[in-house]
Every structure is written in structure tokens, then in C-alpha cells.
Design a protein around this ligand. Structure first.
Ligand SMILES: CC(C)(COP(=O)(O)OP(=O)(O)OC[C@H]1O[C@@H](n2cnc3c(N)ncnc32)[C@H](O)[C@@H]1OP(=O)(O)O)[C@@H](O)C(=O)NCCC(=O)NCCS
Length: 166
């Protein structure tokens, strides 16, 4: 199974991050990395990360290429996966799914995170299927009313329902 290694964006890998590209028909589905990094610069709740193959783990300077970009937000008990993109050269090799699994693993480590959520544009069938297969279910957040082109989903098996066991 493919595994990824996530790493902070620094001055050493910034250009690779800015050069990440999705296919032409995917450009309306996700913000550019430049936009995301600008948002993260002014918002301390945002955590932008570069995606590498796990082969990069342990190396100060990865000898494998950057594959994509992800960014999550930690606010009010929610770990919200705001961005996920795999460069068009590396799509359909399992890296998107592997990145979601790694981000979920990381979010579960934060004591403040009570549940994990994400969103995607209504027409994004690939994202819809991917998130559904990972256990995300529709999230009826009132905030969604103001964003009718977006579908909000949250991970159902997390947290464990301790109330039921009591
Ligand atoms: C969504 C995205 C991150 C998936 O990345 P990826 O590395 O290609 O995904 P994976 O290889 O892990 O595949 C995950 C699943 O999606 C399917 N899939 C991926 N690309 C697909 C495509 N173009 N058409 C149909 N299915 C596709 C795979 O077959 C796989 O399904 P399976 O697990 O049932 O076999 C990538 O397509 C992307 O960057 N898209 C543009 C940005 C975007 O839409 N981001 C998500 C919403 S913010």
C-alpha cells in the first residue's frame, strides 16, 4: 500500500509547492497552493503541508519529488481538512487516499479535536467517492447554507461514542 510523508513548507521546498499543478478540468475544484499559503500566512489555525512519498521520511532534503499539498484547520474542536491536491503527474497512484489517512491520523492526535470534517465542490465526484469510502458522511452544519456549491462531510466513526457504552 502507498504511504505518504507530510512535511512543512519551508524556503527549501516553497518553489516545488508553488509549482504543483492539477489538471485543467480540476482547477475550479481546489485553490492554488499560492492562495492556500497566503491564507495560512495570516491565519494561525491553518496547517499547510507538502506531500511526499514515504521514501522521503528521514531525509533532511528529500530526494523524491513533492507530490501534492494538503492543509487542515483546527478551530472550535473540529479538525477540518481544507485542501487536498495531488499534482496531475502523480494522480491515480493511491497518494490522495494515503494522504487522507495520514492527515486523519495526525488530527486524531490533537486532544482538542472532537471530530474530523472536510468539504468538496458538489460536482467533484472523485472527492465525494474517496471521502465516502473513508467513512465521511453528510454534515448538516448551518454554516453550509451560505455555501450551496459545497458539500460538507464529517467522519462518523470518530470520536468513539462513549455515551452509548456508559
Ligand atoms: C482528489 C485527488 C486528491 C485524488 O488524488 P489521487 O492521488 O489521484 O487519488 P488516489 O489515487 O488515492 O485514488 C483515490 C480514489 O479515487 C479514484 N480516482 C482518482 N482519480 C480519479 C479520476 N480522475 N476519475 C475517477 N476516479 C478517480 C481512484 O480510482 C481511487 O478509487 P478506489 O480507491 O475506489 O480505487 C486528486 O484527483 C486531485 O488532486 N484532484 C484535484 C483537487 C481536488 O479535487 N481535491 C479534493 C477536494 S478539495
Amino acid at each position: 500500500m502507498v504511504k505518504v510523508h507530510l512535511r512543512e513548507i519551508t524556503k527549501d521546498n516553497l518553489v516545488s509547492c508553488l509549482n504543483l499543478q492539477v489538471n485543467e478540468n480540476q482547477k475550479n475544484l481546489v485553490a492554488t497552493t499560492a492562495q492556500s499559503l497566503a491564507q495560512a500566512y495570516v491565519d494561525p489555525h491553518l496547517f499547510p503541508l507538502a506531500i511526499y512519498d514515504t521514501a522521503a521520511c528521514g531525509y533532511e532534503q528529500p530526494s523524491v519529488p513533492m507530490l501534492g499539498f494538503t492543509m487542515y484547520e483546527l478551530v472550535a474542536g473540529v479538525g477540518f481538512i481544507m485542501r487536498l491536491m495531488i499534482d496531475c503527474k502523480y494522480q491515480r497512484q493511491g497518494y490522495g487516499r494515503a494522504t487522507m489517512l495520514e492527515v486523519i491520523r495526525r488530527l486524531k492526535l490533537y486532544p482538542d479535536v472532537e471530530f474530523i470534517a472536510t468539504s468538496y465542490r458538489k460536482e467533484n465526484e472523485v472527492a465525494a467517492k474517496l471521502y465516502q469510502s473513508l467513512g465521511f458522511k453528510q454534515w448538516d452544519i448551518p454554516y453550509a447554507i451560505n455555501h450551496p456549491t459545497e458539500v460538507y462531510v464529517r467522519l462518523e466513526e470518530f470520536p468513539l461514542d462513549v455515551a452509548k457504552e456508559a
